[in-house]
Design a protein around this ligand. Structure first.
Ligand SMILES: C[S@@+](CC[C@H](N)C(=O)[O-])C[C@H]1O[C@@H](n2cnc3c(N)ncnc32)[C@H](O)[C@@H]1O
Length: 214
């Protein structure tokens, strides 16, 4: 048996992890004070995990699908090579002001391109070979994002798909009309059956599917 990760235990984990930078701390705080659904932000611990993975990979090109207020973008950018770049896509125009305000204060501002629009449309226009992809937007569209990204993911490239446990609903009886849980269950099965990749489902926070292209 493993310890259940209670709020207190998560606080203990945060207290025993490298602190957020001042910029990330302020963005996290402003998001929680002013934005709708602040639970969507990656936050301190997940941010450190994303930064750690990015720093191990040293990617040249990163793609994030679903920017929200840009917290994960800034964490992922920490691992970019000197010439590296990150593209991030957000559909909600109302978030653009806060996103750009924080990006402009970051050491990585020259490396970040924000695309405001529907990821399914923007993805078709982006021409790049991705090393690392963080998938975190519309849950119903995860398979569509995956199929759009896969041809342009380099061999050995990594996709991280967030929220694949959906608060544990993926192992419960699915309520009528709950499209998101069904879509995530379908996505998890789809990745497992895909012979182009190897994967593992990391039970961290809301579940991260870690996928490597063979
Ligand atoms: C969970 S939040 C992203 C959190 C962010 N990646 C982070 O870790 O802090 C999901 C975001 O995806 C955006 N989104 C939803 N549907 C989208 C779409 N079709 N295209 C682009 N962004 C979308 C939402 O507006 C929301 O801001």
């Amino acid at each position: 048996m493993h310890a259940e990760i209670t709020e207190e235990l998560e606080e203990y984990c945060e207290a025993h992890s490298t602190p957020e930078s001042d910029l990330l701390y302020r963005l996290n705080r402003e998001t929680n004070l002013k934005c709708i659904k602040p639970r969507m932000i990656s936050g301190h611990l997940q941010g450190r995990l994303l930064s750690f993975i990015s720093q191990m990979m040293r990617p040249k090109r990163i793609l994030e699908i679903g920017t929200y207020t840009g917290y994960a973008t800034l964490c992922l950018a920490e691992g970019l090579t000197d010439e590296g770049r990150i593209d991030t896509i957000e559909i909600d125009e109302e978030l653009e002001e806060i996103i750009r305000r924080y990006f402009s204060q970051s050491d990585y501002k020259e490396k970040i391109t924000l695309h405001v629009g529907d990821a399914l449309q923007v993805l078709k226009q982006l021409d790049a070979t991705w090393d690392l992809v963080f998938m975190d937007a519309e849950k119903d569209d995860y398979i569509a994002y995956y199929e759009l990204v896969m041809p342009r993911l380099r061999q050995g490239g990594i996709i991280l798909a967030d929220n694949v446990l959906w608060s544990g609903k993926v192992i419960q009886t699915v309520k009528t009309g709950d499209k998101e849980t069904r879509a995530l269950m379908k996505f998890n099965d789809y990745v497992l059956a895909d012979e182009r990749v190897k994967n593992f489902l990391l039970p961290f926070r809301d579940g991260i599917m870690v996928i490597e292209k063979l």
